[in-house]
Design a protein around this ligand. Structure first.
Ligand code: AMP
Length: 230
């Protein structure tokens, strides 16, 4: 099963993708993570995108489509979670073509809805474990008092350079201008479902399970040991 998590920055796409990886053995493809990796390792492409990312603008379609193409051609998976991709209609069209070329298709698009005020609060309070990427929030899920990650025990945490109010304003604007038209695009294709991204992490997770169990054949959930949602 291949799915897209669609939503503004801070909607919780990365957090939910991590649960789906654990629960269903799917592979997360986050273009944001791939670009940050390129930036941190100082590749030519990383240098080109660093400034664009710091401002919160969108990297070119050509670059991100190239990143996804490479993954789809080289990674074997029972299902992909596209996190932060596609962000434009051109990327959405390209994804359909890339999946078709691999004999695959998109099964569901889940829109995570969160209001703007909550996004600002979430993003400016966000940090992640430097080793495993577990996401923390100063208010709702603080780093444990002993300073070790609850998921992997590491002790180094980081904040994203673009998690500040100025960059977030641009990121939100880009979302509404370039990415939100994808909601109508996927609705028209009969692929769109919505979850309330404002609830606590467990409640969002339960909503996601319910959506995906409705998409996947029941046997899939049973084989993976996933409990049905009451
Ligand atoms: P994210 O981690 O998904 O919030 O992405 C961080 C930044 O990487 C974005 O603000 C963009 O600058 C860039 N980026 C990530 N994915 C894409 C994409 N699909 N298209 C264009 N730019 C992207």
């Amino acid at each position: 099963m291949n799915i897209i998590l669609l939503g503004p920055p801070g909607a919780g796409k990365g957090t939910q993708a991590r649960y789906l990886v654990e629960e269903r053995g799917m592979v997360q493809l986050s273009t944001g993570d791939m670009l940050r990796e390129a930036k941190d390792s100082g590749t030519q492409m990383g240098k080109v995108v660093a400034d664009v990312m710091a401002r919160g603008a969108l990297v070119t379609d050509e670059i991100v489509i190239g990143l996804i193409r490479e993954k789809l051609e080289t990674v074997q998976a029972s299902g992909f979670i596209f996190d932060g991709f596609p962000r434009t209609l051109a990327q959405a069209d390209a994804l359909a073509d890339l999946l078709a070329a691999e004999g695959q298709k998109l099964d569901a698009v889940i829109e995570m809805r969160v209001d703007d005020a909550a996004l600002v609060a979430r993003i400016t309070a966000r940090s992640t474990c430097g080793a495993c990427g577990e996401v923390y929030n100063d208010q709702t899920k603080p780093i444990p008092a002993d300073g070790t990650c609850s998921s992997c025990g590491a002790t180094a945490f980081k904040r994203r350079a673009d998690d500040n109010e100025a960059s977030l304003k641009t990121r939100l604007m880009e979302y509404y201008k370039q990415t939100s038209p994808l909601i109508g695009y996927y609705y028209a294709k009969g692929l769109l479902s919505r979850v309330d991204g404002l609830g606590d992490i467990g409640a969002v997770q339960a909503e996601m399970r319910a959506v995906l169990d409705g998409v996947a054949p029941k046997a899939h959930g049973a084989a993976q040991g996933i409990e049905p949602v009451a």
